[in-house]
Design a protein around this ligand. Structure first.
Ligand SMILES: Cc1cc2nc3c(=O)[nH]c(=O)nc-3n(C[C@H](O)[C@H](O)[C@H](O)COP(=O)(O)O)c2cc1C
Length: 343
């Protein structure tokens, strides 16, 4: 690896992306480090205490890892639109005994302040941010504590803002990426530029080191992003079926199901654009889903949890990037090493 990431000692420049919601836990982070690379522990949806426990678990086997935070950038929901959406999806909750119309409107900040306290008091090697850009004083707190700071951006304007905030490096995330887009304007879908093109556009806006993410699933794709100037590739979807992934059984099965032909960008599940395998929930509700994160996330959460437990993939957020066909069931380290083999 070149430049800014050298200090972390990661010789394998294909990194395991942060994946909140269970997929990217300590086992995957450990596997990425053992392969010679680095993984990001996902702090999203967790309390600061739960994050601290996972950091302890990772530190038992490696000191090379990152922690990814959802930085506050709420899109407050229109409560009438949310109520109408709850009424529209209620029919899906009834078989599970759920009253989705009674779910309280929740606009939380994912325990941001306490996570900042935790990570600046007991620093980790790398901290990355998505959804929002912390103010420069907060970025400096992390840097003074000794962490490398990395910001996810999805276009040149966001890259400029992140550079001004003082981070050390950028993750350039294309719309092909699985899971949530890190866009700063989640009330509209991110533009669909190919990753090498997006890297070139971001390069014109910032001199910071660039890590590339979104749809990377083959050694050729890794070579392409390096040729476009990236210093590392960050992959999520290709690891979702790995032995160390924490993805749920219906999610794993859907990724391997030949009947699943495509992914779509949708805010039906959480109110923020995210890429998922097309399923019935997306087909029926994408068009009427309001913008509004995290309120929509909290509204649909009980339904997604119940459907996951029941093994019904049609109501689950099946996060997946465009390279999902390449997701294989094997050790994560083998996948990461193979992806880097053409460099
Ligand atoms: C299941 C899943 C969960 C994700 N959770 C997060 C997250 O918590 N934080 C984050 O910055 N990105 C998250 N992402 C996006 C990844 O960091 C990364 O940008 C993406 O996986 C790259 O595209 P790919 O999936 O096509 O490899 C998630 C992606 C997936 C597939």
């Amino acid at each position: 690896m070149t430049g800014v990431l050298d200090g972390l000692g990661a010789g394998l420049p294909v990194l395991a992306a942060p994946m909140a919601g269970g997929a990217g836990g300590p086992e995957l982070v450990r596997a990425a480090a053992q392969a010679g690379g680095l993984g990001f522990l996902a702090a999203g949806y967790k309390t600061a205490e739960a994050l601290a426990a996972q950091i302890r678990e990772v530190r038992a086997t490696t000191s090379r890892f990152g922690v990814n935070l959802f930085a506050p950038n709420p899109v407050p929901v229109d409560t009438d639109e949310l109520a109408a959406y709850a009424a529209a999806i209620q029919g899906e909750g009834t078989p599970y005994g759920l009253d989705l119309t009674a779910v309280p409107v929740t606009e939380d900040d994912d325990d941001w302040d306490r996570k900042v306290e935790l990570l600046t008091g007991d620093p980790v090697p790398l901290v990355s941010f998505t959804f929002g850009i912390p103010d420069s004083a907060t970025v400096q707190r992390f840097r003074r504590a000794g962490s490398l700071t990395v910001q996810t951006v999805t276009d040149a304007a966001e890259a400029r803002a992140a550079t001004e905030a003082g981070v050390d490096a950028l993750v350039v995330q294309a719309a092909s990426a699985g899971g949530h887009s890190g866009t700063l304007t989640p009330d509209r879908l991110p533009a669909d530029f190919a990753l090498p093109e997006l890297l070139a556009s971001v390069r014109s806006a910032s001199a910071l080191p660039l890590l590339a993410a979104g749809g990377i699933a083959t050694p050729d794709a890794v070579r392409d992003v390096f040729a476009a100037g990236a210093v590392a590739a960050v992959v999520g979807t290709v690891l979702l079926r790995s032995e160390e992934s924490g993805a749920s059984p219906p999610h794993r099965a859907a990724l391997a199901d030949p009947a699943r032909r495509e992914t779509v960008l949708t805010r039906a599940f959480t109110g923020r654009p995210a890429r998922a395998l097309r399923n019935r929930f997306v087909e029926e509700y994408d068009a009427i889903a309001p913008a509004g994160y995290p309120a929509v996330h909290h509204l649909t959460g009980p339904l997604r949890k119940a459907a996951t437990a029941a093994g019904d993939p049609e109501l689950v957020h099946l996060w997946a990037g465009t390279g999902f066909r390449q997701a294989t069931r094997e050790p994560a380290g083998d996948i990461l090493r193979r992806l880097a083999s053409g460099l």
